[in-house]
Design a protein around this ligand. Structure first.
Ligand SMILES: [Zn+2]
Length: 163
């Protein structure tokens, strides 16, 4: 019989639908896993309210874990947990590095003072690491990302802005 850690390892094979280089555990979406003799309970938190990818994530998790749950004759339950709300602070440093390597500028800390002063935070270009970047559009390829352009290397890129 698989332990909670084993189930967590299986969850690490489920990619985030919007950012396939990160899995749902690295994204900080998975809050916890419990196993009993009869069930496997997975708790997940949406990356932001109304995130259209959330249904897809729950479906992906069910599709990946179902065969293993069936094997152990267990009921698989995927529960959505809304509090505390997901924040980009839950992204590990490793996850942020992977984001940058993928070409998406990772989010800064939500406690960043620039956010309080109302100025747009400076975003580092994922390609040449220049800070001379400008916001092109608040909405990039998904609602979760803002579209930026680098003034040094002219590279357009997305910044993961959800908090
Ligand atoms: Zn650049």
């Amino acid at each position: 019989m698989r332990s909670a850690d084993d189930w967590l390892a299986l969850l690490q094979t489920v990619p985030d639908p919007e950012i396939p280089v990160l899995n749902v555990v690295e994204m900080g979406i998975v809050r916890g896993v419990d196993t009993t003799d009869s069930a496997v309970d997975v708790r997940i938190t949406p990356t932001y309210m109304g995130c259209p990818a959330m249904d897809a994530i729950a479906d992906d998790i069910r599709a990946t874990l179902s065969p293993f749950a069936k094997e152990e004759s267990k009921e698989l339950r995927v529960e959505l947990v809304y509090a505390p709300a997901w924040t980009t602070d839950w992204l590990s440093e490793e996850a942020k590095a992977k984001l940058e390597a993928y070409g998406i500028a990772p989010p800064g800390k939500t406690t960043d003072k620039r956010a309080l002063s109302g100025d747009a935070p400076s975003v580092r270009c994922p390609k040449c690491k220049s800070n001379a970047t400008e916001l092109v559009s608040l909405f990039g390829s998904t609602a979760c990302k803002a579209h930026y352009r680098c003034n040094d290397c002219a590279e357009p890129f997305d910044h993961f802005k959800c908090i």
